[in-house]
Design a binder for this molecule. Structure first.
Ligand code: GDP
Ligand code: MG
Length: 170
């Protein structure tokens, strides 16, 4: 029969990296040019079919502001997966992403599936973080890496699908 799996997933990353936009694209197939900043966190759910299973993602889209940092553990604790998002045009957002990776490695659950999303891949002309640099970093840290664009709908369903495939089967 078809197995059904619930998976808590958290999005972490700098303000403005595109966390909410990735979720909106994945859940509703939409993009908003002037997406409002997230206050605290927002909850969404969406299902993905993989092989013999249906994975229902319970998605926590966090704010990213430093003043909400102390709330983050509430969202990543017990999470089966995390997407850490940075903006390929913003090196500071990549540095912030690395800090989240360190925090999850130290505090997160040990079999968490971690994906790194280099978002805004449509802004190739303004790129400041190279694919190669991130790839090397991702490999060293055992992360799964994709460049995405919430705007152009590039690799958005794919990153959730790849995470779904990597979740431990019950
Ligand atoms: P968050 O703070 O990480 O949730 O980021 P938002 O989703 O609010 O996005 C911040 C800004 O970047 C908004 O103006 C979005 O429209 C824009 N944005 C998000 N994703 C993309 C993308 O893939 N490409 C481009 N060009 N802009 C994006
Ligand atoms: Mg947001």
């Amino acid at each position: 029969g078809n197995k059904s799996i619930n998976a808590k997933l958290v999005l972490l990353g700098d303000v403005g990296a595109g966390k909410s936009s990735l979720v909106l694209r994945f859940v509703k197939g939409q993009f908003i040019e002037f997406q409002e900043s997230t206050i605290g966190a927002a909850f969404f759910s969406q299902t993905v079919a993989v092989n013999d299973a249906t994975v229902k993602f319970e998605i926590w889209d966090t704010a990213g502001q430093e003043r909400y940092h102390s709330l983050a553990p509430m969202y990543y604790r017990g999470a089966a997966a995390a997407i850490i998002v940075y903006d390929i045009t913003n090196p500071a957002s990549f540095e912030r992403a690395k800090k989240w990776v360190l925090e999850l490695q130290a505090q997160g659950n040990s079999n968490m599936v971690m994906a790194l999303a280099g978002n805004k891949a449509d802004l190739a002309d303004s790129r400041k973080v190279t694919t190669e640099a991130t790839q090397a970093y991702a490999q060293e840290n055992g992360l799964f890496f994709m460049e995405t664009s919430a705007k152009a709908a590039t690799n958005v369903n794919d990153i959730f699908y790849e995470i779904a495939k990597r979740l431990p089967r019950l």
